[in-house]
Design a protein around this ligand. Structure first.
Ligand code: CDP
Ligand code: CDP
Length: 231
């Protein structure tokens, strides 16, 4: 079977990663969570004191970019690849609200984007990849055979993310999560370099009222159609 490239973009907490991960598993494709890579750079900046209070030292971060090594290792038990920052598994650390509060600012830096996009394109060079993010269909893989763009109301998304954070034991308040979702939507959509937007040839899926299962079925059918067309 000919393998295709599947790009899933959209707003925060629209189920992109969950669906992409399951789709990759079903198709025997590689899954890459590009947002995790921006989160890893943000974690590095926090750990090394480049972010203090609300300010971050962009020059210092750009100077240190070559010292930030991001890799993925497949975890057989979990069935997907986990992110390692300079050799350390940081899957849990990159998903805190603190990292979410700075990541969109870090993702506006063109030098950071350039480096991560190069690595992402390399992951997908042999096709057979499902990658989710904000600029996958527009910048990383503009020739992807299937492009999806996920949306849902901010309140619905914040509620989903809030439940997820509470379930993993984080001490968060719903209003802070909602504010973070809205602020990231704004920064991601209005930044100069690779803003979040629907690619012209992307299929939009509003999942405000879809269960994960319904959303996955929809996406799987679209992927199977494209794969068949590509034979
Ligand atoms: O899962 P969630 O929607 O919270 O976000 P994520 O996919 O982990 O991405 C975190 C942040 O990284 C986004 O809000 C963007 O600022 C940035 N990002 C980006 O700029 N480009 C990408 N391809 C992926 C993420
Ligand atoms: O990757 P992204 O930020 O777009 O979203 P995610 O991390 O895959 O999903 C965020 C949360 O929303 C997860 O807890 C999903 O289970 C949940 N979700 C849901 O309940 N119903 C949907 N239709 C989509 C996602």
């Amino acid at each position: 079977m000919n393998k295709i490239t599947i790009a899933i973009d959209g707003f925060s907490s629209t189920g992109k990663s969950t669906v992409a991960k399951r789709l990759a598993k079903t198709l025997g494709y590689v899954f890459v969570d590009s947002g995790a890579m921006y989160r890893a750079v943000t974690l590095y900046a926090l750990q090394n004191g480049f972010i203090e209070k609300d300010c971050f030292d962009q020059d210092q971060l750009v100077d240190q970019l070559n010292n930030i090594n991001i890799s993925f290792k497949f975890n057989e038990d979990l069935g997907f690849a986990e992110l390692f920052l300079n050799g350390e598994n940081v899957e849990k650390e990159i998903r805190t609200l603190e990292v979410s509060q700075f990541v969109s600012q870090i993702a506006t830096v063109s030098e950071v984007r350039k480096q991560l996009v190069k690595q992402q394109q390399n992951f997908g060079k042999d096709k057979g990849v499902v990658m989710d993010g904000r600029d996958i269909g527009t910048v990383v893989f503009p020739d992807a055979e299937l492009k999806l763009f996920m949306t849902a109301s901010a309140e619905r998304r914040a509620k989903r993310r809030y439940i997820e954070l509470i379930e993993r034991g984080d001490d968060v308040v719903y209003d802070d999560v909602l504010e973070n979702v809205k602020t990231r939507d704004y920064i991601d959509s209005t930044r100069e370099d690779s803003p979040l937007m629907k690619a012209e040839d992307a299929i939009e899926i509003d999942n405000s009222n879809l269960t994960l299962e319904e959303q996955f079925e929809k996406v799987l059918n679209l992927a199977l159609e494209k794969i068949e067309l590509n034979e």
